[in-house]
Design a protein around this ligand. Structure first.
Ligand code: MP5
Length: 219
């Protein structure tokens, strides 16, 4: 019998394959990604990670007591991750300040916050699991494919290192336990939210790869 998180992944496989093997990732692995495209991802993901702090903080405030410490550690890890972005930005002369969110990044972040505030804890936790698992699988695929060290190697290591892998494993097991204690209606909502998060992950790669603009430039 498969576990709940395995079932989610199997059900989402058509979209998950794109999450994992998007052209953005293939070109990053091959070392052919244009700097401008990688920089767009980097700037938007920095903004995304900054907004992941309130998302995680709201989840933490609503979490059962047993999950508070691990989620507190995840918050601390997020702060170290922002430092990594800032260091790489300095090394590669990338501006992180004064950058506006593009529509997909904006929508994804709003979705995270709305879920954290408005949905049940197991549902919001599903979104956290999906987003972290997406990055683990995508960057693991890059690491497996790459033939040479990338100028962006530190990002590849960020989401493939053993501690991150262990964290995502813990998220999956915790999700299974939450699903077991949830009603069938909540489990249905969890499946929907997992798929929606996967779709946002694909849109995020698309945004980086293709570029995006607001209909009217924001001030
Ligand atoms: C993550 C991320 C992983 N940084 N960006 C997107 C679009 N999805 C998922 O989250 P974290 O907090 O960086 O590990």
């Amino acid at each position: 019998m498969s576990t709940f998180h395995e079932e989610l992944l199997r059900h989402a496989e058509p979209v998950w394959k794109v999450v994992r093997e998007h052209q953005f990732l293939a070109e990053t692995a091959a070392g052919t990604i244009p700097r401008e495209i990688f920089v767009r991802w980097m700037q938007q993901d920095y903004l995304f990670a900054r907004e992941a702090i309130p998302f995680l903080a709201v989840l933490l405030a609503r979490a059962p007591a047993a999950l508070r410490r691990p989620l507190g550690e995840a918050l601390a890890a997020l702060s170290r991750e922002l430092e990594l972005f800032e260091r790489l930005a300095r090394e590669h002369q990338v501006a992180l300040e004064g950058v506006s969110m593009l529509p997909t990044c904006h929508a994804y972040v709003q979705f995270l916050l709305a879920t954290a505030y408005g949905r049940s804890f197991p549902e919001a936790f599903t979104v956290l699991y999906a987003a972290e698992k997406a990055y683990l699988d995508a960057w693991t695929w890059v690491k497996e494919k790459q033939q040479a060290t990338s100028p962006w190697q530190a990002f590849i290591e960020q989401w493939t290192n053993p501690a991150f892998r262990e964290y995502v494993h813990w998220l999956g097991q915790t999700l299974d336990a939450l699903a077991e204690g949830a009603s069938e209606a909540t489990r249905v909502a969890m499946r929907e939210l997992f798929l929606l998060t996967a779709q946002y992950e694909v849109r995020f790669w698309d945004m980086a790869w293709e570029g995006e603009r607001w209909p009217v430039a924001l001030p």
